[in-house]
Design a protein around this ligand. Sequence first.
Ligand SMILES: Nc1ncnc2c1ncn2[C@@H]1O[C@H](COP(=O)(O)OP(=O)(O)OP(=O)(O)O)[C@@H](O)[C@H]1O
Ligand SMILES: [Mg+2]
Length: 374
Amino acid sequence: MPHLCLNAISKHFDKFTALDSVSLAIPDGAFLALLGPSGCGKTTLLRLIAGLEHPDQGEIRFDDQLVAGDAVFVPPEKRRVGMVFQSYALWPTMTVRKNIEFGLKVAGLTVQERNQRIDEVLDVVGLRGLDGRRPHELSGGQRQRVALARSLATRPQLILLDEPLANLDAHLREAMLAEFRRIHSLTGATFVFVTHDQDEAMAVATHVAVLDRGRLQQLGTPEELYRQPSSSMVARFIGRGRTLPVQVVESGAGRTKVMLGQQLLDMPGEAPTGYGWLCCHASDFKRVPEGGHLKVELLGQVFQNGVFLSHCLPTEIDGDVVSLPLEERLAPGTSIELVLTGGWVIGDGGTGQTWAGRVTGRSSTCRSAVISVS
Ligand SMILES: Nc1ncnc2c1ncn2[C@@H]1O[C@H](COP(=O)(O)OP(=O)(O)OP(=O)(O)O)[C@@H](O)[C@H]1O
Ligand SMILES: [Mg+2]
């Protein structure tokens, strides 16, 4: 049985639909990252799970317990949920110890139980010895640990983190991410982690949910979202993916024949015949001297991690700019041929982002050989 289960959750603010029939289920002990552009509904979804908002429609269950649904609403203090915000929300005049103790007092624990829990969570977050300090005497990362310790102390079944790293510098974010992962495996609690930053999400999550304009686009493992996106939005959003417009000719048993410009390719994925997308990443392109699947013109290069990350515009189809690492510096305007060594075909249906009319160099004649890409 899933630990957290949302069934067709909708939330409106006046006439605005913040969440539109979102359903998802994650197992006990999962680390779910909620990803999506600003305003897509991530915080609203967390607040609904925490019980800080009422859904207009749908149900929320923790294991087999209905916490929100028809005529049922379990208040936040009875949900055993801990929340950590971007702003830490610590009491500025209280010491670290008092900040952590506050929720335990409210929960009615004895002094002895409270002290035992506080020492336990200070160890977990690595803040032993700093418990007498006030928030202004701590660094940003230490404050974030206090906020996490305060949530962990009440031993919640679910920890909700709303962009907890947004105020930290890049170096500290990385260190704190590793901390979150360690604390997650140590406590065994289920974490739901909201972030703008997909690298952050992919690094820590066991499950990733991508939201767009209040709708769930896809829920899966980081690898599934990267390799098998189910919509063009997810394909572009994850791993700096690119989508090339294709014509789906034939599809079945996990393989699809598509026309990419004048090339007939056999690719992984399934899609209805008609317009579709070929989803790729930089690692799916390889430069060849001639006979490539895609002709492009070099727009520019950036020297990064020892290679020239090269941005190129397809010349025979009206596709997005594609990027790939090249070994050498080349002049802008250079013509390059690329073969595809990987990719994933999806249909165009349901996204409202039809590419009809975008292909400029499409030919009605196929090359006789079908090029198969595994
Ligand atoms: N209390 C509210 N009243 C009216 N509109 C709201 C309210 N809360 C959120 N919204 C709207 O709902 C939408 C989703 O907001 P939400 O805060 O969930 O987005 P988000 O994905 O967390 O964005 P960000 O990444 O910027 O934090 C936004 O358009 C927001 O303006
Ligand atoms: Mg938010």
